[in-house]
Design a protein around this ligand. Structure first.
Ligand SMILES: *[C@@H]1O[C@H](CO)[C@@H](O)[C@H](O)[C@H]1NC(C)=O
Ligand SMILES: *[C@@H]1O[C@H](CO)[C@@H](O)[C@H](O)[C@H]1NC(C)=O
Ligand SMILES: *[C@@H]1O[C@H](CO)[C@@H](O)[C@H](O)[C@H]1NC(C)=O
Ligand SMILES: *[C@@H]1O[C@H](CO)[C@@H](O)[C@H](O)[C@H]1NC(C)=O
Ligand SMILES: *[C@@H]1O[C@H](CO)[C@@H](O)[C@H](O)[C@H]1NC(C)=O
Ligand SMILES: *[C@@H]1O[C@H](CO)[C@@H](O)[C@H](O)[C@H]1NC(C)=O
Ligand SMILES: *[C@@H]1O[C@H](CO)[C@@H](O)[C@H](O)[C@H]1NC(C)=O
Length: 481
């Protein structure tokens, strides 16, 4: 009898102890803190770790997709009508970007590397071959005409040269030529004036197989928040249409990677060499990618707002008094004076006048926003899509008949979607890590649960103890008699 009630009371005591320790653990936040310190230790660039391997050679395939805007009414546009375009795409390239010449520095707190990008055409993921023809603005001609519009003699010479070769404001070229480069007759002729001028033009000329310089990253050893953050970037001094010294100045505080334990109110910076500056993104919503929880970050419309709304964009007023409206950024100083304007595809988030200015634009958030989905605990990117549109500012230049009566318009040429989704193997691995961590974090709650269950058992036994004891006491004499 004594043994039995002793047992019941120890259950009671035990349940109270478990309950209390569970509550203390929950209140102290010890387990989440332990977990965070483990994550912080794991997320560091160190030779031999999984994190390092994934950084050195990203396992998930990165795709670069191009969508061209084929002009259907060139003659009407020269007469002043608004351009009508048809979206043609995708033309898909697999992008390989391994870190090479990896070199640890300063006791492993920094690592230097070169990031070579290679683009391989994926015919089965493309609308057609790279030999498909696209009619669009003749960008070299537009650039040259803009450049010499105030020099009457040179302008006349160039104009007659263009007439003799039949070059005009618009041109029809293959997808491959427009992206990776073609020899341009006008540029070649201009080499007489400027011998160092490159006569090849392409939107991504020299981008294949070339690196954009040496990066030095923080490894995160000193501070997990610095994980894979760019320390310095020695821009490539090779001048091409898409890189120039002026644009290769990276702001030391801005990287393109994310640290673990991301919160919803953080502002994350990404460096974009296409825009010649860093972009920031803000939390938008919670998402799930391949079963993994993530926070979606995207650039707020403020990033592209006009300079009255966002004075930080005054730098895109080129020349200083010529400010464009919201949603379009003039990056011509970065593009060797070519009148290149960047925007979101289909002028998403841009001033209505740009959308209305071109027939065939239909901006849609899901298709045209830039987004990045990050697993908050590990800071790993589980999905991302960088979407940008390359436009050319087209206007009538009186000294050049080639521009006819064209109206002033921001003419869309191509937009790109550079995207990545976590690969299945990494997703499975991350998923099991997250499940384990969920279990660990919930241990205090499990203790509380166990304490409550044991408490219930204790109560049950206490209540039921009396009844059998008394009945047994009553029956005993009966049995013994
Ligand atoms: C990493 O370690 C391996 C084997 O120990 C070695 O071959 C390799 O050079 C190291 N890499 C770096 C970047 O130090
Ligand atoms: C590297 O570590 C050693 C020993 O811990 C120390 O003496 C040295 O100053 C460190 N060097 C740098 C560049 O931090
Ligand atoms: C890029 O370079 C690689 C190797 O040098 C080549 O195989 C590939 O076809 C090139 N891609 C383009 C788009 O020219
Ligand atoms: C783009 O338009 C041009 C001119 O109309 C046409 O020749 C070409 O086939 C079009 N391109 C595609 C891929 O449809
Ligand atoms: C560069 O970083 C400084 C802070 O170090 C910041 O004030 C400035 O806005 C940044 N510039 C750009 C273009 O991001
Ligand atoms: C800037 O944008 C705001 C809001 O869209 C608009 O009211 C204003 O007129 C714009 N200013 C200029 C100069 O475009
Ligand atoms: C990239 O974005 C375009 C629209 O902008 C969309 O049609 C395409 O499916 C996207 N590609 C990937 C791989 O998500």
């Amino acid at each position: 009898m004594l043994l039995k009630s002793c047992c019941i009371y120890s259950i009671g005591l035990f349940s109270i102890l478990i309950l209390l320790s569970g509550i203390v653990l929950v209140l102290s936040g010890l387990f989440p803190r332990l977990l965070k310190s483990v994550v912080k230790k794991e997320i560091v660039l160190k030779n031999g770790t999984d994190t390092f391997e994934a950084w050195e050679n990203p396992p998930a395939p990165i795709y670069m997709q191009f969508y061209f805007l084929n002009l259907t009414n060139p003659l009407e546009v020269l007469d002043g009508d608004r351009p009508a375009v048809i979206e043609i795409g995708p033309y898909t390239y697999r992008e390989y970007r391994p870190m090479e010449q990896v070199d640890f520095q300063d006791n492993g707190t920094k690592v230097a590397a070169v990031n070579n990008k290679t683009y391989i055409f994926q015919r089965n993921m493309s609308r057609g071959p790279e030999s498909d023809l696209i009619r669009t603005v003749n960008i070299p001609a537009m650039t040259v005409m803009e450049q010499f519009k105030d020099h009457s003699i040179i302008a006349n010479l160039i104009s007659s040269y263009m007439k003799s070769t039949g070059e005009g404001l618009f041109t029809t070229r293959t997808v491959g030529e427009l992206l990776w480069g073609y020899e341009d007759g006008l540029l070649k002729a201009l080499q007489i004036l400027q011998p160092d001028l490159d006569d090849v033009f392409g939107l991504f000329y020299k981008s294949n197989g070339s690196s954009d310089g040496e990066y030095v990253f923080f490894t995160g050893q000193e501070n997990y928040k610095d994980f894979a953050r760019v320390d310095t970037w020695n821009g490539d001094s090779k001048l091409s249409w898409w890189t120039s010294d002026e644009c290769n100045k990276i702001n030391g505080t801005n990287g393109a990677s994310f640290h673990p334990i991301i919160t919803k109110d953080e502002t994350l910076y990404m460096f974009s060499s296409d825009l010649c500056r860093s972009l920031y993104v803000l939390f938008e919503e919670e998402v799930t990618v391949k079963g993994i929880p993530g926070y979606r970050f995207s650039p707020p419309s403020m990033v592209f707002a006009n300079n009255t709304v966002n004075p930080a964009n005054a730098g895109f007023c080129v020349p200083a008094e010529n400010c464009l409206g919201s949603g379009v950024l003039n990056v011509s100083p970065c593009k060797q004076g070519a009148p290149i304007i960047m925007s979101s595809p289909h002028f998403y988030q841009a001033d209505e006048k740009y959308i209305q200015g071109v027939f065939g634009m239909s901006p849609q958030k899901e298709l045209h926003q830039t987004l990045i989905d990050i697993n908050p605990l590990t800071g790993l990117i589980i999905q991302a899509a960088k979407r940008l549109q390359v436009n050319v500012q087209v206007e009538k230049i009186p000294r050049f008949d080639q521009t006819g009566n064209v109206g002033t318009v921001i003419f869309p040429v191509v937009y790109l979607n550079e995207s990545v989704v976590i690969d299945d193997a990494s997703a499975r691995k991350l998923h099991s890590i997250l499940v384990e961590q969920n279990v660990v974090v919930n241990v205090p709650f499990m203790l509380i649960g166990l304490g409550i269950v044991l408490g219930g058992v204790f109560m049950f036994l206490m209540c039921h103890q009396k009844v059998p004891v008394s009945t047994a006491a009553e029956r005993q004499p009966l049995l013994s008699s």
